[in-house]
Design a protein around this ligand. Structure first.
Ligand SMILES: Cc1cc2nc3c(=O)[nH]c(=O)nc-3n(C[C@H](O)[C@H](O)[C@H](O)COP(=O)(O)O)c2cc1C
Length: 388
């Protein structure tokens, strides 16, 4: 339960856009561009944001809003707030120690933290830092042996949910990364070395921590003559067949979530495979520039689908109000990737908590402003006519 929120965070950076501006200054260009980049002309990324702006809600006054309930129950677990951290690969390249800082902040705030397959911190360390709230994101390996081993490790470590990402049937060609010669594993070009030297806080902390590496998957590279980057790109399945999703359902008996679906026929197939949840996502506009904004996909989701699985959303969430816009259209929770990394880039480890505090503050104030006492009660009846 929240009362009128007091501003506990650094008010010099009151919104996600303020953190982004500072992160751009503090991160070397190649790191900022990796975070910020979308695919092609980056129209899908822009569309995601615009579509959130276009959802209008009508406030209801003449009611007591002194106590607000922001909790949400997802897959039988109660979370203090209805938002979480999307999986982001190579997190520690963006900010040294980012993944651990985010996991700890998420545990303290009791919000879901989704660890990427391509994280730079071991599965087991993150499970310790965020035992009650950690979810694991899986890029599905081609090899069934690797798949079985990864799921066994995630289960053994105590992860609460498995998130299967399906929207990378092919590696993306992102022009910002190509221009910066960003290659895996992380190798410094003279241009990158110069950018690092001119961003000393990032550089010193990266030096102290060591070059970021794909710690969770490196062990599966049996042919050591193969470059790690080639192994990584050959490791994952080029387009997930339905039978493989069914196999994952057999191997994982906890909450199973599919991330990245956009077409109605795919939602129906996922339900047929007995998944528990879906995250409507276009990977933050990083895969297909013609992809619809996720809030538009959510708006057109047939009602019977929403009644069979837990629906969540990401891609373009930048405020507490955006989380409410998603809820009014049927998303039980919202996630963001870039927002949290803007926080880390701007403020280092405390930036993780700053982003959570900003979202909490905006969400609580917006619920009060809307006259909705419980997040879970916010529904389409709050949508202004033009937004439904
Ligand atoms: C730098 C970066 C790396 C990402 N890496 C992954 C990943 O490893 N696995 C995954 O499922 N999604 C990944 N995503 C997509 C995010 O999980 C999420 O869908 C997206 O960031 C949401 O959009 P937003 O950044 O606009 O909030 C990545 C996104 C970014 C920006």
């Amino acid at each position: 339960m929240s009362q009128v929120p007091s501003m506990r965070y650094d008010a010099r950076y009151p919104g996600i856009a303020d953190l982004k501006r500072r992160a751009k200054r503090r991160l070397p260009n190649f790191a900022f561009d990796y975070l910020e980049g979308g695919i092609d002309d980056e129209q899908a990324k822009r569309r995601n944001r615009q579509a959130f702006h276009d959802v209008h809600l009508t406030p209801r006054y003449l009611r007591d809003v002194s106590t607000i309930d922001t909790q949400v129950t997802l897959f039988g677990t109660q979370y203090a707030l209805p938002f979480g951290v999307s999986p982001v690969g190579l997190g520690d390249m963006l900010w040294p120690g980012a993944e651990t800082a985010l996991a700890r902040a998420a545990q303290n705030a009791r919000i879901p933290y989704v660890l990427s397959t391509f994280s730079t911190t071991p599965i087991e360390s993150i499970a310790k830092a965020a035992l009650d709230v950690c979810w694991f994101q899986l890029y599905v390996p081609r090899s069934v042996d690797i798949l079985e081993d990864m799921i066994a490790r995630v289960k053994h470590a105590g992860f609460r949910a498995l998130v299967v990402t399906v929207d990378i049937p092919v590696g993306a060609k992102r022009n910002r990364e190509l221009r910066n010669s960003l290659k895996l594993p992380f190798t410094l070009t003279p241009q990158m070395a110069w950018q690092s030297l001119t961003h000393p806080t990032w550089a010193l902390q990266t030096l102290a921590r060591g070059a970021p590496d794909f710690v969770n998957v490196a062990r599966y590279r049996t042919d050591t003559s193969q470059a790690l980057s080639d192994f990584i790109s050959s490791m994952t399945i080029p387009g997930l067949p339905v039978e493989r999703l069914r196999k994952i359902r057999e191997l994982w008996d906890g909450p199973l979530i599919v991330k990245g679906l956009q077409a109605e026929e795919n939602f129906r197939t996922a339900i047929d495979c007995n998944v528990d949840g879906i995250i409507i996502s276009n990977h933050g506009g990083r895969q297909l520039d013609a992809a619809p904004a996720t809030i538009d996909t959510l708006r057109s989701l047939p009602k019977d689908i929403a009644s069979q699985v837990t629906v969540m959303i990401d891609s373009g969430v930048r405020s507490g109000l955006d989380i409410l816009r998603g809820k009014a259209l049927g998303a039980q929770a919202a996630f963001s990737g870039r927002s949290f990394y803007y926080g880390l880039g701007a403020l280092g480890a405390p930036g993780a908590t700053q982003v959570i505090d900003i979202f909490r503050d905006e969400l609580t104030r917006s619920l009060m402003q809307l006259g909705c006492l419980r997040f879970e009660d916010l529904d389409s009846s709050w949508l202004a006519n033009s937004s439904g």
